[in-house]
Ligand binder design. Structure first.
Ligand code: NAG
Ligand code: NAG
Ligand code: NAG
Ligand code: NAG
Length: 340
């Protein structure tokens, strides 16, 4: 909201030239492919290091068509049959490449058959009947894909192949129980949302993304206990590169804290070197605790609370039973360790 007000304000005082970096935005690309604009108002440039500036811009930067004087064009959809087949219609000839396709609260079960005829940047098909994403590799300009509250069950690591401009995906509140290893491996995503699904297993490659500037994402409120895997056997310290992304695991039950899944080979006290930024939100997270939890207590308080949990007093051990209490606070946990 604040950003929009800010944009409006800018457009009133300067109805003139295009964005050239002096109108409150700086040109920013995380990968040399996406052309984004990082708002000066976000103060990203005053972050302490380049990696933190990039992380900040990854969360705040906008594509040109979300900025002033750039009006998107909307496509209409014609439903062909009750099973949710459809075609896209265009009222006027496209005069720019900022085409949006928004069709929410409908009966679509697959994308319109002529989807590939349009150079679409933004799709929102929330509250429809999709049970799979289908092959969307022709959408090479796609920036944002929102498929909230459909009936998706599986995300393949082929789903995003070729979508090099893709910046934001939202698959929250579907029925996703399975996800391939490394689903974003071939692209550079900035923000993802898998809240409220039914994941049984989750590979760490889909959570902590090495070497790529990322804002982060959410697996909060997944409805089943999740088993964390590390199929690629990527461990901090063993491979070069760092991670910096926010992750939200609020109210999730998981066998292994995501940070532990990659930090076996390092001394937890040096975590800051490998994960210099990014915040975890783990309120209500339950996971299996072991001795390594104890090692976390040696981190500086700030680092501890940043990595371990922003609202750490509310996450708890689901095992071993000695540490298991429904409202146990981390301080109780510390006492247990001291007693043990
Ligand atoms: C998706 O469709 C493209 C053609 O548009 C094809 O080249 C590609 O192999 C398909 N991908 C999958 C996973 O089927
Ligand atoms: C895609 O996922 C499959 C099954 O999880 C895995 O075998 C394969 O290596 C993955 N491919 C990539 C490119 O990550
Ligand atoms: C990260 O980048 C470094 C340097 O370019 C490279 O050596 C390393 O293999 C990369 N790590 C991963 C997991 O891609
Ligand atoms: C989160 O979990 C707590 C305790 O398990 C529960 O009381 C609360 O209702 C949950 N919140 C949501 C939004 O599911």
């Amino acid at each position: 909201m604040a950003t929009r007000i800010f944009l409006l304000f800018i457009s009133v005082i300067s109805n003139s030239t295009c964005i050239n970096g002096s109108n409150g935005y700086s040109s920013w690309s995380p990968d040399g492919i996406k052309d984004l604009w990082c708002p000066d108002s976000s103060n990203c440039l005053s972050e302490a290091s380049t990696i933190e500036t990039d992380h900040c811009c990854a969360c705040n930067a906008l594509p040109e068509w979300e900025m002033l004087n750039h009006f998107p064009q909307y496509l209409n959809v014609e439903i062909i049959n009750v099973k949710g087949s459809s075609r896209l219609l265009q009222n006027t000839l496209p005069t720019n490449n900022r085409i949006h396709f928004i069709h929410t609260n409908g009966i679509l079960s697959m994308f319109p058959e002529n989807l590939c005829s349009f150079s679409i940047v933004y799709i929102d098909v929330s509250w429809n009947q999709f049970s799979s994403v289908g092959n969307i590799s022709c959408l090479t300009e796609l920036d944002t894909l929102i498929m909230k509250s459909n009936k998706l069950t599986f995300i393949s690591n082929q789903t995003f192949v070729g979508l090099t401009k893709l910046r934001i995906v939202d698959f929250s509140y579907n029925l996703i129980y399975k996800m391939d290893y490394n689903i974003f491996g071939s692209i550079h995503i900035l923000t993802y949302n898998f809240e409220g699904n039914y994941l049984k297993k989750l590979d760490v490659s889909n959570v902590l993304i090495f070497n790529k500037t990322i804002c982060g994402g959410s697996f909060a409120y997944n409805k089943r206990p999740i088993e964390m895997t590390n199929i690629g056997q990527s461990f901090l310290g063993e491979i070069t590169g760092s991670i910096c992304g926010d992750s939200d695991f609020s109210n999730v039950s998981i066998d292994k804290h995501p940070i532990f899944a990659v930090s076996e080979k390092i001394d937890q006290r040096t975590l800051n070197k490998y994960a210099p930024c990014g915040k975890g939100k783990y309120s209500g997270l339950a996971y299996d605790c072991d001795c390594r939890v104890g090692e976390f207590f040696h981190l500086q308080f700030y680092e501890f609370s940043r990595v371990y949990s922003k609202e750490y007093s509310e996450s708890y051990c689901r095992s071993p039973s000695i540490l298991q209490t429904s409202v146990s606070r981390i301080f109780i946990l510390i006492k247990h360790y001291v007693i043990l």
